[in-house]
Write a protein that binds this ligand. Structure first.
Ligand SMILES: [Zn+2]
Length: 364
């Protein structure tokens, strides 16, 4: 009798597992197709800076700690990723403001959410939870907006930032061969972040602010591993950072070299963000746009920082510069990085409405 019960019980569970699996496949493929479809029809708007918005709350050390981490041994102020656990309402509010401003995609608050980044605070153990919660908060707000405006579905991009250790350069001038971290250590760290971002409900993965291509490759390798293990499709956005006037990334690549080094992967978009204002990105976006069959994205800073490290470019100024991208038909996804606010995103979204997206040569 027990055996019969066990068997039927198990069958029921197998049935549920299968159903769940099929539903998740449907959901993943649905998101992939939905985004590819929309990209053909209009320019998608990415949100603006999270850090700039969080600064407005003037959170203190106590606010960063909340009740849960009040006795933590290290200072926690500045650990923005931690706010997903200690100030979730503020995060939801920022996401809400960006969606209200016209963003189609918001990024999770997980820019430093790897064991490598969290080691600064002794919070390696919290990495899964930080990423999971951050994605869950963003997804909940996205779903609210999609329910209200089904004709403009909102998406969550799991933000995967660089780490403070690079795999292709030595931090020691006296020992150029030294590396503070290996490719494999990075791959493992990124894999944990990717799994948690997906479990929390991210629709897209955005590997961004890439200044060391080898680090980004570790992240992209980890993403491919997770996709294969889970047998899922995930749209991936890859966004590099040009850090000097000669138009190279910190690891020394031009826009074209950067493109070539990631082009073997099935990605949704390739683009640039941070470091420069919208104007300075134009020639690099022209290179990408001319040479790739992928979508092209850009989320520049609100100009270059002033002497106080602040960004002064107004929404109108920035949107005026983004107009050049649109007139030249350079981008498929556009948004903002450091110093941008919902007002900047609103101005960009308004202008983007007037233009058709850059033609995609092939669908990915
Ligand atoms: Zn930035």
């Amino acid at each position: 009798m027990d055996n019969v019960k066990n068997t039927s019980h198990r069958r029921f569970h197998n049935f549920l597992d299968t159903l769940y699996y099929l539903l998740s496949l449907f959901r993943d493929n649905f998101v992939m197709e939905a985004i590819e479809d929309i990209l053909q029809k209009r320019i998608l708007i990415l949100d603006g800076a999270m850090g700039t918005m969080l600064q407005r709350y003037k959170f203190t050390e106590e606010d960063f700690r909340g009740e849960r981490f009040k006795d933590w041994k290290q200072p926690l102020i500045g650990n923005n990723d931690l706010l997903s656990l200690t100030q979730p309402e503020a995060l939801a509010e920022v996401h809400r403001k960006y969606f209200e401003a016209g963003a189609d995609i918001v990024e999770t608050n997980t820019f430093s959410g790897t064991t490598v980044g969290m080691a600064d605070y002794g919070m390696e153990e919290l990495v899964y939870e930080l990423n999971y919660e951050s994605a869950r908060i963003a997804k909940k707000v996205a779903d609210e907006f999609t329910a209200k405006e089904p004709e403009k579905p909102r998406f969550v991009a799991g933000s995967i930032g660089p780490t403070n250790k690079t795999a292709s350069m030595s931090p020691d001038v006296n020992d150029p061969g030294y590396r503070a971290i290996s490719f494999d250590e990075l791959r493992i760290a990124y894999k944990e972040q990717v799994e948690a971002l997906l479990d929390g409900g991210s629709d897209i993965l955005l590997v961004e602010t890439i200044f060391d291509t080898l680090n980004a490759k570790a992240a992209l390798f980890a993403i491919e591993e997770v996709k294969e293990e889970r047998d899922i499709q995930v749209p991936v956005m890859v966004s590099g950072t040009i850090t000097d006037a000669s138009g190279r990334t910190l690891s020394g690549q031009t826009a074209e070299a950067f493109l070539i080094s990631i082009s073997h992967l099935p990605i949704l978009t390739v683009g640039f963000n941070c470091a420069l204002g919208a104007n300075q990105l134009v020639p690099h976006l022209e290179v990408l746009s001319a040479k790739t069959a992928f979508g092209v994205s850009a989320h520049p800073n609100a100009g270059l920082p002033n002497a106080f490290g602040e960004y002064d470019e107004t929404p109108e100024q920035m949107a005026g510069q983004i107009r050049e991208y649109l007139e030249k038909n350079l981008v498929n996804i556009v948004g903002g990085c450091c110093g941008t606010t919902p007002e900047h995103i609103r101005a960009i979204a308004e202008i983007a409405k007037e233009f058709k997206p850059r033609k995609l040569a092939v669908t990915v």
